[in-house]
Design a protein around this ligand. Structure first.
Ligand SMILES: [Zn+2]
Length: 312
């Protein structure tokens, strides 16, 4: 397992002190930690798309007019919705997993030489996305010492740490406004949310299975219906997105959030080697608001089961 493929990517990058956290290095179940990291990243991407969904269906914002701003807002909404309470273990939080995920992506060089990233200009770069999540988490706690102090160095990569508190408070105010009408959910849920998992060929079967087992979409459905409580109408669909998978994507006209199996596969197994060419692109992916620059080539079908390398 590459070192960066866990929250320990933060440690490797010198941001979080391994020595001060006894949990590190003592956890007997490496695979469970790895799965938790993958799930944390998937949760962030799903809530990023919830950001686009809320901006579309509740705020009725023009997201295509200023994509960069829309992408940052979607990240901010995701961070606010999944940010851990300062009292929680930050190492195991989904938002911190996402910081590690963006830093890993930056590490992999996806911010440069972007010939295969046609949408790269409409997204903040990966380091900025990691840094902003860290800044917002750092700014969310005004106690002394700050519960998110280990993230300060990541926040400082792109932002003035002294301003993070105000950045968080502005976001918090905006979110309170957004959710202002949602405090009385009662027995009459106003959200219409369905979950569906499209079938897929053998190359992405394990990714589909992982997504189902992770309950990321089912938990999101519950969150939208039971807790967020705004009148949204959306299908949460696991699906193969084909060529140039956008990660996860929200499609306003189809009212769908698509969790691309290619993205789950990428977090589980890394970059596909010898990516297959010519896969059909899913219609929802072609015209949606994605989670990151398009970049994942389709994985070719696996060899026969006897020699199929499994994730360690
Ligand atoms: Zn987006």
């Amino acid at each position: 397992m590459p070192l960066a493929r866990s929250w320990r990517g933060l440690v490797a990058a010198g941001f979080v002190g391994l020595a001060v956290s006894p949990a590190w290095g003592q956890d007997p179940d490496e695979a469970a930690l790895e799965d938790q990291w993958v799930i944390g990243n998937l949760v962030f991407l799903a809530y990023h798309e919830v950001g686009h969904l809320l901006l579309d269906q509740i705020v009725q914002a023009d997201q295509r007019g200023n994509r960069l701003q829309a992408e940052q807002s979607a990240d901010d909404i995701a961070t606010w919705l999944i940010s851990p309470d300062p009292a929680e273990e930050i190492e195991s939080s989904e938002a911190v997993a996402a910081i590690g995920g963006w830093l890993e992506m930056a590490d992999a060089g996806d911010d440069v030489g972007a010939a295969h990233l046609p949408d790269v200009d409409v997204y903040p770069d990966a380091v900025t996305r990691a840094s902003r999540i860290a800044c917002l988490l750092f700014g969310s706690d005004d106690s002394e010492p700050n519960a998110f102090a280990p993230l300060e160095a990541v926040a400082a990569l792109r932002f003035e740490v002294a301003d993070c508190r105000q950045t968080y408070l502005s976001l918090d105010e905006g979110m309170e406004e957004l959710f202002g009408d949602a405090d009385d959910i009662g027995d009459q849920p106003v959200a219409r949310v369905r979950v569906q998992y499209d079938s897929v060929g053998p190359a992405l079967a394990e990714a589909r299975e992982f997504l189902i087992d992770s309950s990321v979409l089912d938990a999101l459905r519950e969150d939208l219906v039971e807790y967020i409580g705004l009148p949204v109408d959306v299908l949460l669909r696991g699906a193969p997105c084909g060529r140039e998978s956008p990660g996860f994507v929200y499609n306003p006209s189809r009212r769908e959030i698509v969790a691309c199996y290619e993205e789950v596969d990428w977090y589980l197994f890394g970059e596909p080697e010898n990516g297959a060419a010519g896969a059909e692109q899913d219609a929802a992916a072609a015209d949606g608001l994605g989670a990151r620059p398009r970049r994942i080539p389709p994985r070719p079908p696996p060899p026969p089961p006897s020699s199929n390398p499994r994730r360690q």
